[in-house]
Design a protein around this ligand. Structure first.
Ligand code: ZN
Length: 420
């Protein structure tokens, strides 16, 4: 079966996909001969095959013999791989395939990548160009954070969404709860009861609408902020009006002066701090756990590539934290002069530039047999030893510390280890 990059779930898998897209973006064909294929979910593969066979036929008209051959070879490679599918997976399938030159003319090799994207592919697209068309996939990978906003008082409720820096007012509902002057001839207690019942029904309605709107965003919904001028917002937040999956996403209840649409904008401004905190709360929590242990029980942590690899080799690491900005690679090879086996950590950029790797014993040039990113190496070792691994951004103070103070990687250990 052809190798397929599965839908990313963990932070490591997301990091890998981001990295792959960066690499694909740099690839360049010699002619118009790199194929990008986006297949939406559920699409019958037989249909796609028919379209590709047609492209294969059309390609016969390409004037340049080399380009014609490369395009047809790429199409054949794709069809060969698609054979294993009956229909596209739940989020669809993205294929990049084409002849990538190694050095001069005639050195091209067909490279094929199949990716199950993190979000559903919205269209069918076939494109043949001198570069791979990665933008739609990049857009899916970009953090799409959405916050749910609810402004509520006794008279009305407005439901909005905060997408990046943009506010969208989705819906306004009114309660129809009568004011005190509407009491008429009823007893005060009976009137109060009616009002309570109406309020309850109103909250239910708001809860149902908000739940429906917010749940559509699934995991992309990072939090919910509820605001309003009176005590209604607390009553609403504490009651069981929002779907249980959403209730735990409430990151703040904020006092604001306005209700309605105006209130949504006021809420967004007041909620900015809450949002930037909640965005990276999980990463900060992990880093703080490490920092706490470092101060209290330094033998229970490792930091820097050397220490963390050592801890992993001894099956001592429980949780590995690696900075997404750590651009190091692991290489393994044989020295051409003395024949020694060499394992080294080098800068990714140096490796990409093709800088020679020197043997630490004799200074000879090492013939590289294996190279991978440090994240891949750590993830592999973590998997073998049952450690968890998380990729940490540099968007927080703690994340910056990880990169700049602790060498980009840290670990919390299962048991004490004398590493330094
Ligand atoms: Zn050597």
């Amino acid at each position: 079966m052809a190798e397929v990059l599965q839908k990313p779930r963990s932070s490591v898998e997301k990091f890998r996909l981001k990295k792959l897209l960066e690499d694909l973006e740099k690839k360049q064909g010699r002619g118009t001969e790199l194929i990008s294929l986006y297949i939406p979910p559920g699409r019958a593969i037989s249909e796609v095959m028919a379209a590709l066979r047609e492209e294969h036929g059309t390609a016969a008209n390409i004037k340049s013999k080399q380009t014609r051959k490369n395009v047809q070879d790429a199409l054949e490679s794709i069809m060969q791989r698609l054979k294993y599918f009956r229909k596209a997976p739940e989020t669809g399938l993205v294929v990049f395939c084409g002849a990538i030159p190694r050095s001069g003319p005639g050195t091209e090799k067909i490279e094929c990548y199949m990716i199950i994207p993190p979000e559903p592919v919205p269209f069918y697209l076939y494109r043949c160009d001198s570069k791979f068309y990665v933008e739609p996939l990049k857009e899916m990978v970009r953090e799409k954070e959405v916050y749910g906003l609810i402004v509520i008082d006794r008279n009305e409720a407005t439901i909005g969404l905060l997408k990046g820096r943009r506010v969208e007012v989705v819906r306004t509902l009114t309660s129809g709860i009568p004011g005190k002057h509407d009491q008429g001839g009823q007893s005060q207690r009976r009137f109060a009861r009616i009002i309570e019942q109406l309020a309850h029904e109103f909250y239910q309605r708001v809860g149902e609408h908000a739940s429906k709107i917010f749940l559509e965003y699934g995991e992309n919904l990072k939090g919910i902020i509820i605001g309003g001028p009176g005590p209604t917002k607390e009553e609403f937040a504490k009651g069981n009006y929002l779907d249980y999956r959403l209730k735990r996403k409430i990151v703040g209840i904020v006092d604001i002066g306005y209700s309605g649409e105006e209130g949504i904008y006021e809420l967004m401004e007041k909620a900015e701090d809450l949002i930037s905190e909640s965005k990276y709360a999980e990463e900060r929590k992990l880093m703080q756990k490490f920092l706490y242990l470092l101060a209290k029980d330094p033998d229970r942590v490792a930091y820097g590539i050397r220490e963390v690899l050592e801890a992993l080799n001894q099956s001592a690491a429980d949780l590995v934290l690696v900075s997404e900005e750590l651009r190091k690679a692991y290489v393994k090879g044989t020295c051409r002069s003395c024949g020694a086996t060499v394992e080294k950590i080098v800068d990714e950029a140096a490796l990409e530039r093709g800088e020679p790797i020197k043997c630490p014993k004799c200074g000879g040039i090492v013939e590289v047999k294996e190279a991978k990113t440090i994240v891949d190496l750590l993830a592999e070792k973590a998997e073998q030893t049952g450690a968890k691994i998380e990729v940490i951004s540099t968007s927080t103070v703690e994340g910056n510390q990880l990169l700049n103070v602790f060498g980009g990687v840290a670990a919390i250990l299962r048991f004490k280890l004398q590493l330094r």
